[in-house]
Design a protein around this ligand. Structure first.
Ligand code: BMA
Length: 810
């Protein structure tokens, strides 16, 4: 098989305009308009609105090209588009060859008869996505999230490109994935499906090699080359239907073992002639979701090689609203930062697009178990014959593409629609309700059985297993819990629930000042300004941040300090949830917070902002997802009576420490705690030596501190292993706003690769930053006692260093 990429020499213009502009393919309309000075950065201030208006028009991409003679001479010549975004009319040398309207699919057209040996002209016209959804909405009304443009569900295009509660209305268009000519004779490999059968000390790989044959021909054969993780090759000839791997090296998620990967290459022959080759890289493991009835309801846990793990991670959304800016290096960096924060899992949320192969390759290498939603989110769809064919082709193609990946944990039908349809949200008719069941509980499971029978399928997130049977049941399946944040409940409300697997819960914050500066003028820098609110897509969110702020911190009188305070709120909120669920390991087996990343600079639930800057939450995640975690369930005014004027206040001030061990080995630990005053004098202390079994969580006895001045004391707790301090943190017994912090007079200095922070008193949420606000440190936003604390610089220039803490929220 031969392939010629058609990426050089494209031109584009707006339909009706006469001037042709040079275009980059793969790429997008917005990227080309920006590169040609026709569009200003749509992320700057409110430029989004002008960019959106441009999408009312159609855009034409044209390429004049000469096909390789070697391809032209082949029996079959195809024009292949790996991805078109979205409504496209394709013409070759003036002849229409296709009309497409699904961004999530690839397309191939037979073009041998239309191609000439000299110059050929390929033209792709992209029709306005905004006009399309408006027109379709007149025909059949489909409902969905009001943060996205009305009617967005009509188009199989990343939904969030039409806006979301963290995303702008920027429904870009274009040839977003490679385009090529493909030529072959006799046959090519269309797919190699690999199924694993595990037995004692061996794995059988069952192979299903499928080919496209130009005409039925006997005598085709294939060989299989298996390359083990050390690079040792074994060739199996005579078209084997299975291959035995002895002494398999098993693949494990990050934190439970290594990620050895095997390569399986299939070479297709016609006699002696090599026709085509296809290679897939796999990891040897079993993977499913463990579901078992128990005293609480029904368990729901990722099970790898028979071991149930506690899923720790976040929800992933598209990395950029301008998809052409996403590249393998950028994705890799983001995923490495997940591992740096001790993730073992990641959920690809259903309102974006199916990521490129490199995303899954990285997850395979890094040991991140992927919860993969199908791209259906917060919308009700109506099945027509046409729409049904579209989604069948889309789901089959993508599941086939992803099924072999070691990291693929499960395929999930949609985001939140079982729950919302059940509640009647956005449903216009009985048919739409019935179509829900057809799509996610009949059509997609059938595709899964055909294409990926070994991959666990889950109808929706959240779900208890389908059929509208209490989709968000706290005792079964996965849960989206939004009472903290959307429901205004206090952080401590997380402790009221022992979900089996929390696949979404989140809390917003503002990005840091440098990120705000990237889209604002100085006069915009007030969180309620027009421009700041254009970059805050959840209408109620600023009010919520203020609500939680007043419950927790003092009133910040400076804009930058408010941004910092919002990040501390976010990090603390999520810490409350995750630590509680990890303490209840076994009953709860997953904490996937909403959300990992941003697609533009915005106030949102992310822990890493659009520019890759770590918010406080990402450092907190590194700590609360630590394989061996010491956490503290404290009781104080925040959990019992936040109203300082309430009568007869009987506040219990206590701690209950817990060690959660998410490793495969027992851990010997020493736990120490100390009750200290605001200057660090120890009033009371304790120590426990214990061995925590692998994959378990152990409570230490409750300690009640009576008759303390709760505005002046805090409790520090430390985890020690083999004589070394592994982690330390602290709790207060009142809201930080009421705590009588002494001025810690923080300083920071550089010593080699390390930063040394000094404090003259106890300090909470110590944030070290540089001029560029792009430092990545071994730790940050930590609590410290009087004295010194050292952290390593992992990246960023330690220029213009500054340090602040909760003391400075005033
Ligand atoms: C969820 C997600 C998203 C949304 C987030 C925050 O439930 O599925 O739709 O962005 O909440 O509201």
């Amino acid at each position: 098989m031969k392939q010629q990429f058609l990426h050089q020499g494209w031109q584009m213009h707006r339909l009706g305009d006469s001037v042709q502009l040079p275009a980059v393919v793969p790429g997008s309309v917005y990227a080309d308009l920006m590169a040609n000075g026709k569009l200003e950065d749509p992320f700057w201030r409110d430029n989004e609105d002008a960019a959106l208006a441009l999408m009312e028009d159609d855009y034409v991409y044209t390429l004049t090209f000469v096909p390789d003679a070697k391809i032209l001479s082949e029996e079959l010549v195809l024009l292949r588009f790996d991805g078109l975004d979205t409504i496209a009319d394709i013409e070759l040398n003036g002849t229409p060859i296709g009309h497409t309207k699904n961004q999530h699919r690839s397309y191939e057209f037979e073009v041998g008869d239309l191609l000439g040996g000299g110059e050929n002209v390929l033209k792709v016209t992209f029709r306005s996505p905004t006009r399309y959804i408006k027109e379709m909405q007149q025909v059949v009304k489909v409902g969905g999230s009001s943060d996205a443009m009305d009617g967005f569900a009509h188009l199989r295009k990343a939904h969030c490109m039409f806006g979301w509660d963290w995303g702008p209305h920027l429904p870009d268009a274009g040839i977003w994935r490679p385009v090529s000519l493909i030529g072959f004779h006799t046959a090519r490999i269309s797919d190699v499906a690999i199924f694993q059968r595990h037995a004692k000390d061996c794995v059988t790989l069952l192979l299903d090699v499928q080919s496209d044959q130009v005409h039925n021909k006997r005598g085709l054969s294939y060989t299989v080359t298996l390359t083990d993780p050390e690079g040792q090759e074994t060739v199996f000839s005579d078209s084997p239907e299975s291959v035995l791997v002895e002494h398999p090296k098993l693949w494990w998620p990050h934190g439970y073992g290594d990620q050895p990967l095997y390569r399986v290459k299939v070479s297709l022959f016609d006699g002696e002639e090599l026709l085509d080759e296809k290679e897939k890289r796999i990891g040897l493991r079993t993977m499913t979701m463990h579901r078992e009835k128990d005293e609480y309801g029904e368990s729901f846990a990722t099970e790898v090689n028979g071991v149930q793990i506690f899923a720790m991670g976040a929800d992933y959304i598209p990395e950029d609203n301008l998809l052409s800016r996403v590249n393998p290096a950028r994705t890799r960096k983001l995923l490495e930062q997940c591992v740096a924060a001790n993730f073992n899992s990641i959920r690809v949320w259903g309102g974006g697009y199916y990521p490129n192969d490199d995303f899954y390759d990285s997850c395979d290498e890094l040991g991140l178990v992927v919860w993969q939603d199908l791209m259906f989110a917060c919308a009700v769809y109506e099945l027509s014959d046409d729409f049904e064919q579209e989604i069948i082709a889309e789901v089959a193609e993508n599941v086939r593409r992803l099924a072999h990946h070691a990291s693929l944990g499960l395929i999930c039908g949609n985001n939140e629609m079982e729950m919302f349809v059940d509640q009647g949200e956005w449903v216009q008719s009985f048919k739409q309700k019935a179509d829900y069941i057809k799509m996610y509980e009949y059509i997609f499971p059938k595709i899964m059985r055909q294409v990926a029978p070994d991959v666990f399928y889950w109808p929706a997130s959240p779900s208890s297993g389908g059929s509208f049977d209490a989709p968000n049941d706290p005792n079964r399946g996965d849960v989206h819990y939004w009472e903290v944040w959307h429901g205004n409940q206090p952080f401590s409300a997380y402790r009221d629930y022992y979900f089996r697997y929390a696949s979404e819960f989140g809390f917003q914050s503002f990005p840091t000042l440098k990120t705000v500066e990237a889209f604002t003028l100085p006069e915009d820098r007030n969180v309620f300004s027009y421009i700041m609110e254009k970059h805050q897509r959840n209408h109620a969110a600023n009010g919520k941040i203020m609500n939680y702020l007043y419950q927790t911190y003092r009133y910040p009188t400076d804009f930058a300090v408010l941004l910092y305070a919002s990040q501390m709120l976010q990090a603390t909120a999520i810490q409350y949830g995750v630590e509680h669920w990890r303490r209840n390991r076994g009953r709860c087996m997953g904490a996937i917070y909403w959300q990992l990343n941003d697609c533009w600079p915005v106030a949102s639930w992310s822990s890493i902002d659009y520019f890759g800057r770590w918010k406080a939450l990402h450092y907190f995640a590194k700590r609360f997802f630590a394989p061996v975690l010491l956490s503290c369930c404290e009781e104080g005014t925040m959990t019992q009576q936040p109203n300082v004027n309430a009568e007869n206040q009987q506040i219990e001030t206590s701690i209950r420490l817990n060690v959660s061990n998410e490793t495969m080995e027992a851990q010997d630990v020493v736990v120490r705690y100390a009750l200290c005053d605001n200057e660090g004098t120890v009033l009371e202390s304790g120590e426990e030596v214990l061995c925590v079994e692998a994959l378990s969580a152990v409570w230490l006895p409750k300690v009640i501190f009576s008759a303390i001045d709760l505005h002046r004391v805090h409790c520090r707790y430390e985890l020690w292993q083999q004589g070394a301090l592994v982690s330390s943190h602290s709790v207060l017994f009142c809201a930080p706003k009421h705590f009588d912090f002494a001025d810690p007079k923080l300083t920071v200095r550089l010593e080699g690769e390390e930063l040394v922070v000094t404090a003259a008193a106890y300090a909470k949420g110590v944030e070290i930053r540089n001029e560029n606000e792009d430092l990545i440190l071994s730790d940050n936003y930590f609590d410290m006692e009087t004295g010194e604390r050292r952290v390593r610089i992992l990246s960023g220039e330690p220029k213009g260093l500054a340090v602040r803490s909760v003391y400075d929220i005033r």
